[in-house]
Ligand binder design. Structure first.
Ligand SMILES: *Cc1c(COP(=O)(O)O)cnc(C)c1O
Length: 247
């Protein structure tokens, strides 16, 4: 078995252990940013069906060369308005919607024949300035705006915890996202997705109700530290924020 196949199996085992007998489905998004198309193909052969990409420029040629797989594509990075069209046409999910204008641009650019684009509103649960997302208190208002757009399907919330070793501390941040989800559901919006958990904290996220984990390093190995920032810098306005989940 290949390393990627081994890793995938190990991550799947950790997910089912973290569920502790709970029968809910946790979707594993294999985060393939900064990895070549062949690595994604290998993961697909080993059973991966959902892939996460963060950089539009890097992702588009990979999506094109892997169209035959029929995989589900998740855009998980910070999205600039001028790239909304590419993402709305090429991807199935966008996890980082953090402003109404971006949501409107995505809805406008989504071709009707592709069906609705699945959207998670990103919430800043760690309070770090380096992380994107709306403040927890603004999430309901943005969720309402997304739900009202014709070509978007509001699915849930996405959040990232600060890098922390301590399981209890990780759980506290993920619990905040779960509470925001519960408030939005109580306000009458249907949400079925909590996108939270990465290689170093997905067990904590699952313990707090995650339904979708975004795991890169634990499947594909460490990213070349030069690769992803170079891709980000190649975009016209990378801004102060890095979207690889690390401050
Ligand atoms: C890169 C990234 C991940 C995956 O991070 P790993 O630590 O490699 O598992 C998950 N979510 C987002 C938003 C990312 O940018």
């Amino acid at each position: 078995m290949s390393t990627i196949a081994d890793n995938l199996q190990a991550v799947r085992r950790r997910i089912s252990e973290a569920l502790q007998g709970d029968t809910r489905t946790v979707t594993l998004v294999a985060v393939s940013k900064a990895k070549p198309a062949e690595a994604l193909r290998e993961a697909f052969v080993a059973g991966a069906r959902d892939f996460g990409e963060s950089y539009v420029q890097e992702a588009l040629p990979k999506l094109a060369s892997l169209r035959d797989l029929g995989a589900t594509w998740h855009f998980i990075g910070h999205l600039q308005g001028n790239k909304a069209r590419d993402v709305a046409r090429g991807f199935d999910w966008v996890h980082g919607v953090d402003r109404a204008r971006l949501a409107a641009a995505l809805s406008k650019a989504r071709p009707a024949e592709l069906g609705k684009l699945n959207v998670c509103v990103q919430v800043n649960i760690s309070g770090e300035a380096t992380k994107g997302g709306v403040a927890p208190t603004d999430a309901l208002a943005l969720a309402r705006e997304v739900a009202a757009l014709p070509n978007l399907a509001l699915r849930g919330l996405m959040g990232m915890a600060a890098p922390m070793e301590d399981l209890a501390a990780q759980r506290r941040e993920f619990a905040l996202l779960r509470r925001v989800r519960d408030e939005i559901v109580a306000a009458g919006l249907a949400l079925d997705t909590l996108s939270m958990g990465m290689s170093d904290d997905f067990e904590a996220a699952i313990a707090e109700g995650s339904t979708m984990v975004r795991v890169g390093t634990a499947i594909f190995g460490a990213r070349d530290s030069r690769a992803a920032p170079a891709q980000a810098a190649a975009q016209s306005d990378p801004g102060p924020r890095r979207d690889d989940g690390r401050a």
